[in-house]
Ligand binder design. Structure first.
Ligand code: URA
Length: 195
């Protein structure tokens, strides 16, 4: 059922030229994960080079690191999550998507959330957080907090977490380090998903 609705939406998206990214992309990067069993949606920023080539989100270096963290937290990428981005096409040179690009893609994002209607939304990085929350807030100040926000017609539990690209720069696992906090946040998310 969800799959049919998502396929319709994906077909709409495939020919999309609502913003300039439609001219430079190789592939639309629509989603990954199992829409029927997902308990949470993880929202990243935008596809990078590997994602653009393959059509799948989070398959490059950042994606591999994300996979490692998910595994450590006991979250199955394939069954527990539906993974998407704020924009479906790669911005040239991996720059941050513009407000115009995010606005053009917003309907697809909101419809994906409405169709999956998950218990939990994970804002993975500042771009996803700022698409739904105060633009001035810093991810480091709010990560790990459970926010109750009305999105796609319903109140949902939303948790901001660090983006894995940020973690690629910090290797320490010490208490309070970015990697330590990421694992703690994902374990908290796992509990929320299973509650
Ligand atoms: N970074 C993102 O935010 N999303 C991807 O799909 C890949 C890298």
């Amino acid at each position: 059922m969800k799959k049919n609705l998502l396929n319709e939406l994906k077909n709409e998206c495939l020919g999309c030229k609502k913003c300039p990214l439609g001219e430079t992309r190789i592939n639309i990067v629509f989603s990954d994960g199992n829409p029927e069993t997902a308990k949470a949606i993880l929202i990243g920023e935008a596809p990078g080079e590997n994602e653009d080539k393959t059509g799948t989100p989070f398959v490059g270096r950042a994606g591999k690191l994300l996979n490692e963290f998910l595994e450590k937290a006991g979250i199955s990428r394939a069954q527990d999550l539906y993974i998407i981005n704020t924009v479906k096409c790669r911005p040239p040179k991996n720059r941050v998507p513009t407000d115009e690009e995010k606005t053009a893609c917003e309907d697809y994002l909101l419809k994906q959330i409405e169709i999956i209607s998950p218990k939990v939304l994970i804002f993975c990085g500042a771009t996803a957080l700022k698409s739904f929350y105060d633009k001035k807030i810093q991810i480091s100040k709010i990560r790990g907090e459970i926010l109750e926000l009305e999105i796609g017609g319903e109140k949902r539990k939303c948790i901001p977490i660090f983006h894995p690209s940020y973690l690629l720069r910090y290797h320490s696992l010490d208490e309070g380090s970015p990697r330590d906090l990421m694992l703690k946040d994902l374990k908290k998310i796992k509990k929320l998903m299973d509650a």
